[in-house]
Design a protein around this ligand. Sequence first.
Ligand code: EPZ
Length: 419
Amino acid sequence: MEKLVVTGGTPLKGDVTISGAKNAAVAIIPATLLVNGVCTIENLPNISDVKLYVDILKSLGAKVKWINLHEVTIDTREITSHEAPLEITSKFRASYYLIGALLGRLKKAKVGSPGGCNLGQRPIDQHIKGFEALGANITVANGNITAEADKLVGTNIYMDVVSVGATINVMLASVLAEGTTIIDNAAKEPHIVDVANFLNTMGADIRGAGTDVIKINGVQELKGNATYSVVPDQIEAGTFMMAAVASRGDITIRNCITKHLESITAKVIEIGGHVVSNGDHLRVWCTDRPHKANIKTLPYPGFPTDLQPQMGVVLSTADGISYITESIWESRFQYTAELNKMGAKITPSGKQAVFEGVEKLQGAPVYATDLRAGAALIIAGIVADGVTEIYNINHIDRGYENIEEKFKKLGAKIERIEE
Ligand code: EPZ
């Protein structure tokens, strides 16, 4: 068991370089199953979810060679299995992409139910609706999702909710289908565009990714022998933006796509922080106590739910009363109980939480309840007086590369300690 020990009180200063996007990487790795060849993926984040996914591909017959910590070559010419057991798939959410990818490639998949952060109900009915519309039979039984089809045929699919996972999964299943698939009310997150770009590089014909209508013209096969670089992580960049503001620091965030950070930049400026964007980097600083603000999480290009807890830390020490409305996940305020142990005054109630800003947080032992909650607690530890011990940090390691080293380089006093 490891914990992070943070001694607070240092404004963050300096440069940080953003890694490849976790949520793009965990879709692109299974997407390689659709390729009948070898492809090289660069700029992969060195995180446990990525390593786990690469191991799953190996177990399905793919030949994998790590070039370095961030680059892998995957040869998917011989896929020998269509099954991924529950004990592996339950370790993370993105295992659901195996259904779309294996169905697309082999016309059959038997995949254990996905796990991932506990954020409340996480249904996959829209994924299933999409696969069925393409002609697959889906059975959900004994913790497994089984998908089978004689052939997949393109059709029009209207998503009842805007879903990142369902949009990507249906895209994966339809790339090799006969005819044209149209996904209406599609999600528009940067990682949707990244997965489509990867597939197009391999010979797919996907148009409109990044808008709410995606058109996929089925092709006979995808060919490899190409190299693709994963997009920078919008959420990691946003996490450091929040850390800069919360600590009254001044940092430059390198290797990010500033366009992906517009909703976050707007909020930072609204609460009194400063942001200067410059191509692939961004300087963020804040000299005074942040002002109160109201936030509502929304699908992209709205304020991301995956930055809600980090923004919650900023608002917990803001001047005045702020309100956050969480409109994506029903249980994403679990971190507020941990922040309250540190002296915050947050009252969650259903989809909304009220943040009565306090002057200072105090260090305390706290538990990361999920990935982004863990990142938020690190920021809280950095701004608090005294020492904060963060437990359950395996959640954080699933999605952030080298997080304590990156914060240390910015001047934070943070250590990983084996218990
Ligand atoms: C993805 O989860 C991300 N995970 C999440 O990031 C992120 O919070 C979420 O998108 C929203 O941006 C990955 O990419 C691996 P959704 P996903 O399908 O795909 C409802 C993180 O911290 N819904 O977009 O599971 C659902 O209940 C993680 O990195 C249905 O009703 O999310 C939710 O309210 C946490 N039926 C909303 O849609 C469905 O079939 C959006 O979910 C699917 C979703």
